[in-house]
Design a protein around this ligand. Structure first.
Ligand SMILES: [Zn+2]
Length: 451
């Protein structure tokens, strides 16, 4: 399927073409003598070219990058389309056959020696949140491209086909990866995304075909595995002084609406002992939620993120409070257990404060554990390279979560400075990015050798 053409620059040369030449020149400059295209594959496991990898990441910044080091590259925007055109040119320089699937995902394919072998899939996303960072998603894409470039220039033949995927609209709801597992609902087509385009128009703008989205669906068992490198977006690795995070899975999420009912009354004439203050009861509950999640063993998190007192006047004892509860953990059973404890506390608060507390579930996202064999594989890959590792859950959603429905997935995290993400202050050091890409490359080779 054709890609959207890029607007020509003053000298008539497209941005993608110029960037392609820049990366090609960087490539030629960084290849050690004797490792040119005609040299037979090295018997040693190759390493990625960190300069080339970080140069690719720098070029992404031209598409929506701001003066504050941040990036606004909303899914389906002109910047998104331009960045994907550049990405396609990099993929081509890695010898990949580039296409856009019916869901608008950008895909580069490399054949394997064994026509019966299932594809190994690597990739991430290029779209950002408004006023976002220049690393979220983009690091994973640049690293996947760099893995393909390294395999290409070292003439490494894989038994498995390799697919490098740039998923579309990750930030707006993982539309591209969910389409691959048939999880995009018809009503979503009319959702207006941050760029102003509906999902339907967006898919079509990227070269997909929203009317035929069903055909983009892939079958469970149709891949050998999916591997995604991503910035941590938290501060666990940095705090531990660890180089590589081996992700145990993407946490499940459950959310409830909470209603606390007390008695609305005059704030001047109602003596303290006679009050049935819904907001005071809610305050007890918020403390209880925090204590349950903090004292229980494990890495679960629980949050009351929204609260509203009714009627919400300075001179009225609140008769009703509406709030939300969110609990996340790698195991759905654990989320249930945490919720039960919170409810037990709520029952005590009800009798102590003479109120009623109700929980009404309104959202659930199932946990997506990574494949245990892939965790071991990533740990071994990192150990071979001399990098320190830490096993950890991912508190944020990722495309790997969708891909887990198709087969085994693995995820690699690299440190985020100060744990900041979805902000122009998001930053990951070039050496950390290079280390992550080397682990990704080793894992691809290990998966390829595994069968
Ligand atoms: Zn991301």
């Amino acid at each position: 399927m054709p890609l959207e053409p890029l607007p020509p620059t003053e000298d008539g040369e497209s941005l993608a073409r110029r960037d392609f030449l820049k990366v090609s020149a960087a490539l030629a400059a960084t290849l050690p003598a004797g490792l040119g295209a005609s040299t037979p594959a090295s018997r040693q496991t190759p390493l990625v070219d960190g300069d080339r990898l970080n140069a690719i990441l720098d070029v992404f910044r031209r598409y929506g990058g701001g003066d504050d080091d941040g990036t606004t590259r909303l899914a389906y925007s002109d910047e998104d389309i331009a960045a994907r055109a550049y990405a396609a040119s990099v993929m081509e320089s890695a010898g990949l056959r580039v296409s856009v699937d019916l869901a608008g995902n950008l895909i580069g394919r490399r054949p394997g020696a064994d026509p019966a072998a299932l594809p190994i899939i690597i990739g991430s996303h290029l779209d950002s949140v408004p006023d976002g960072g220049s690393y979220d998603g983009q690091v994973g894409c640049a690293a996947a491209f760099e893995v393909a470039l390294t395999l290409h220039h070292h003439e490494v033949e894989l038994r498995h086909p390799l697919e490098v995927v740039v998923f579309q609209n990750e930030e707006g709801g993982k539309t591209g990866s969910r389409a691959l597992v048939g999880r995009v609902e018809p009503h979503e087509f009319d959702i207006v995304t941050a760029s102003g385009f509906t999902i339907r128009d967006g898919i079509n703008r990227l070269g997909g075909d929203a009317a035929r989205l069903d055909e983009a669906r892939r079958e469970p068992g149709s891949m050998a595995g999916f591997l995604e490198l991503h910035i941590e977006q938290g501060a666990v690795l940095e705090a531990a002084g660890t180089q590589i995070g081996v992700v145990e899975g993407i946490v499940g999420i459950r959310r409830w609406n909470i209603t606390v009912l007390g008695a609305q009354n005059h704030a001047g004439t109602t003596p303290m002992p006679q009050r049935r203050d819904a907001l005071v009861a809610a305050a007890d509950l918020i403390r209880a939620v925090n204590e349950v999640a903090t004292t229980m063993e494990g890495r679960q998190v629980a949050t009351v993120g929204r609260i509203e007192a009714v009627p919400g006047a300075p001179n009225v004892v609140p008769g009703e409070v509406r709030a939300t509860l969110e609990v996340r953990d790698l195991e759905m059973d654990k989320i249930g257990q945490i919720f039960s404890e919170i409810v037990a506390h709520a029952r005590e608060i009800e009798s102590a404060r003479e109120v009623s507390i109700e929980f009404d579930p309104f959202y659930e996202s199932l946990a997506a554990p990574t494949a245990p064999a892939f965790r071991d594989m990533l740990e071994r890959a990192a150990a071979d390279l001399g990098y320190s590792t830490l096993r950890m859950p991912s508190g944020a959603g990722h495309d790997a979560q969708s891909m887990a429905e198709l087969g085994p997935v693995g995820m690699i995290f690299v440190p985020s400075r100060d744990g900041i993400s979805h902000s122009p202050r998001e930053y990951t050091a070039p050496d950390d990015i290079t280390r992550g890409a080397n682990v990704l490359l080793r894992a691809v080779l290990a998966l390829n050798a595994a069968g």
